[in-house]
Design a protein around this ligand. Structure first.
Ligand code: UDX
Length: 437
């Protein structure tokens, strides 16, 4: 099939590349001329495991094309994906200006039947808004479908190629039949397409992300309680997770969730519920708890140093909001850094991918290292904010030699308590007993 993907951000680029790899002829459109020029030359603008290889393979195979010319891009394709940004407005709601702008353009340009598929996370009712905008310009037949994307950063290609489910929100027989054909290579009895109406599909995406954010937040609160009453959250987590109704995934407590999706989507669902006069209480609590949780490591450090951090030197391992990405959007490390800077702490930091993005925010207020160890020299303690695999089995002897004091505050529960005791560390983690020297 000839396909057009409008927007070459994260979702658009993965969608375009993976659909091209299934033999479709895909044209990706973006307004950013430099980006399009670079992509035409085989330069991929984002880091995502396995994507670059597929991207290049399909460019060479002449199935993946890039342009800034929307009119040309949609001429020969009846299937158009919208993968446009829906950033958070100041009031927490999703900003639909990009989606609406493209809907106006399409309304003015389409000449024959098109199915317009929205992949972005958009508030309930957006399909209707897009339909109304396009209809205000044309009498040509078209369908607007909601088809939310569930991919995770770091696993985007795998999640697209092997989705646990594909959600299609549409009442049009023609659109459903085109999409069934397009997605045929991706589905199986275990990985079905679930058809529903547009509004249910739009809510499914928000409800899924908000449920996962709630699951994590629930465990973060269980962990906070464990610290007070002396239980071990790791044991509680394993005990709970073995009930298949609960499941053991997304039960890991830590210093809060971050990233480009969960924070934005929880805010947006709270906002649209308020607008519908529904008080979504549990999600409001999730927002509150996560704000606190992201800062929760610093009071532990402060308490240890008798509430006087001024002039102390703190080393941080991990800056990205999660491992295997350079993305620092809403990363807990930022909250930690802000709190420490407020208390006049000297900060040294290391992250395998995300240092340039943090440097862009803080400039020379933070010192960065070439590796995990060279930031430890003469630091008063080590803080862990992201569970990169290269931190899993460090040389504890080396850490001890370099740090001024053998003290570790771990926001991601990376190490075994017994081992830390044996290695001679003061070790504080989340929801587990404090190991003392
Ligand atoms: C998420 C959804 O998983 C994905 O389906 C959606 O399309 C986009 O949003 P992503 O933001 O890439 O994906 O990251 P994810 O792996 O879900 O992690 C989100 C945050 O939750 C991270 O900050 C992570 O550290 C945190 N998390 C995750 C926990 O704190 N504990 C867990 O057990 C799992």
């Amino acid at each position: 099939m000839n396909l057009t993907v409008i927007g070459t951000g994260y979702v658009g680029l993965v969608t375009g590349t993976c659909l091209a790899d299934m033999g479709n002829n895909v044209t990706c459109v973006d307004i950013d001329e430099d980006k399009v020029k670079a992509m035409k030359n085989g330069k991929i603008p984002i880091y995502e495991p396995n994507l670059e290889e597929l991207f290049n393979k399909n460019i060479v195979g002449d199935r993946l094309h890039f342009t800034t010319n929307l009119k040309e891009a949609i001429q020969n394709s009846s299937v158009i994906f919208l993968a446009l940004p829906t950033p958070q407005d100041e009031d927490g709601s999703a900003d639909l200006s990009y989606v609406k702008g493209v809907a106006h353009d399409l309304g003015k340009m389409i000449k024959g039947y098109k199915v317009i598929i929205n992949k972005s996370t958009v508030p309930v009712g957006t399909s209707d808004i897009v339909k109304d905008i396009i209809s205000s310009h044309t009498n040509v037949a078209f369908d607007v479908v909601s088809n939310p994307e569930f991919l995770r950063e770091g696993y985007a290609v795998k999640d697209f190629m092997e989705p646990e489910r594909i959600i299609i929100g549409s009442k049009s027989k023609k659109a459903k039949s085109i999409l069934s054909k397009l997605y045929k290579p991706f589905i199986s009895t275990k990985r079905p397409i679930i058809f529903m109406d547009e509004r249910s599909s739009e809510l499914t995406k928000y409800a899924s992300n908000c449920f996962l954010a709630t699951k994590i937040t629930f465990m973060n609160e269980v962990a906070n309680l464990c610290e007070i009453i002396g239980s071990d959250v790791d044991m509680v987590r394993i005990g709970m997770g073995s009930d298949s109704r609960i499941g053991n995934r997304f039960l890991y407590p830590g210093i809060g969730y971050g990233g480009s999706c969960f924070p934005k989507d929880v805010n947006a669902l709270v906002k649209s519920s308020d607008e519908a006069n529904y008080d979504f209480k549990i999600l409001k609590s999730v927002l509150d708890v996560n704000v606190q949780q992201k800062k929760s490591l610093v009071p532990k450090v402060s308490r240890y140093f008798n509430d006087n951090l001024k002039g102390k030197k703190v080393a941080i391992w991990g800056l990205a909001f999660k491992p295997n990405t350079d993305d620092v959007r809403e990363a807990p490390a930022i909250d930690v850094i802000n709190e420490l800077l407020l208390q006049d702490v000297e900060i040294t930091a290391y992250d395998p991918e995300a240092m340039p993005n943090i440097e862009r925010i803080y400039g020379d207020k933070i010192q960065f290292g070439k590796n995990a160890y060279d930031i430890l020299e003469d630091a008063d303690c080590l803080l862990i904010c992201t569970e990169w695999s290269e931190f899993t089995q460090p040389s504890f002897d080396k850490i001890k030699k370099l740090l001024k004091n053998p003290i570790v505050f771990d926001g991601r529960n990376m190490f075994d308590l017994e081992a830390m005791k044996h290695n001679g560390f003061h070790y504080e983690s989340v929801g587990r007993k404090i190991v003392t020297i």
